[in-house]
Design a protein around this ligand. Structure first.
Ligand SMILES: [Zn+2]
Ligand SMILES: [Zn+2]
Length: 270
């Protein structure tokens, strides 16, 4: 045994704090900039009709912290896997830039595949009511929804990394880039406001990338758009919402509401 419980506890605390910072920075940036600072300016880009309550935000933050604790446990497992030579973190002397981009791209494509199928599985009524229902308590999502999962779902969501590492090594920096990409796309998916350019719907060069409307519709309508980063799996499995494109375009076509006389008077008084 080449580890001690003290060392594992120290590792857990370190991974927990790093991941907590990752979540808080990404979600609060999305929330403060898009929802608060630019809230009025982007009101017409808000996808759904009703914004979530403060109570919902706190519920999401509590579940997200519990998910981060689960991710910390999985990260300790990865650490032990690396130490016992089961997983390999490589450096640029052994594996160059070609492998860096290849392994990073494969990890993203693998995560997208893994997420689609485990997500669809969690929508099975027997699994859903015990596990995935927590994430769907947020009918209108916000950046805080990013990690709002039942502990079992948090474990399932994290398990794709050790599975990948079992098959393929990766650069430490590659894993770091992936973790930043992952939380950014997650927060963007739960942003509630559609900020993507129309080309992400109309151009064949970009329409394979999911927009905010894509995942927002999943929260709103429940049984469409299970995908994560790419639209492929929903297209291939015919689970894309029939009004995905229309709803995106409808949100984007809305005009910014001019301030009414009353609003101006209220603003002037306050
Ligand atoms: Zn779902
Ligand atoms: Zn979601």
């Amino acid at each position: 045994m080449d580890w001690t419980w003290e060392e594992l506890l120290y590792r857990f605390q370190t991974y927990f704090i790093i991941d907590l910072i990752r979540y808080v920075v990404a979600a609060s940036l999305g929330y403060l900039i898009i929802w608060k600072l630019c809230g009025k300016l982007l009101q017409h880009r808000y996808i759904q009709k009703k914004k979530p309550s403060l109570k919902q935000h706190w519920m999401e933050i509590r579940y997200s912290i519990s998910s981060i604790a689960i991710y910390g446990i999985v990260a300790v497992g990865i650490f032990l896997g690396i130490r016992s030579d089961l997983f390999h973190i490589v450096n640029f002397e052994e594996y160059g830039w070609g492998f860096f981009f290849l392994s990073l791209s494969l990890l993203i494509v693998w995560h997208d595949f893994y997420f689609y199928w485990t997500h669809k599985w969690m929508h099975h009524p027997k699994i859903y009511r015990h596990v995935h229902k927590v994430h769907h308590r947020s009918m209108s999502p916000s950046p805080w929804t990013a990690y709002s999962f039942h502990p079992i779902e948090a474990f399932v969501q994290a398990a794709f990394i050790p599975m990948f590492l079992f098959v393929m090594p990766i650069h430490g920096i590659g894993l770091l880039v992936f973790m930043i990409y992952q939380i950014s796309r997650n927060v963007i998916g739960h942003l509630g406001h559609e900020l993507f350019h129309n080309a992400f719907i109309t151009s064949k060069w970009l329409n394979w990338i999911t927009t905010t409307t894509h995942h927002d519709q999943h929260h709103h309508y429940f049984n469409h758009n299970y995908g994560l980063y790419f639209t492929w799996w929903d297209k291939w499995m015919r689970t894309e919402h029939p009004r995905y494109k229309e709803e995106f375009m409808e949100v984007k076509a809305r005009k910014k509401q001019p301030e009414t006389g009353n609003e101006k008077a209220v603003l002037a008084k306050s």
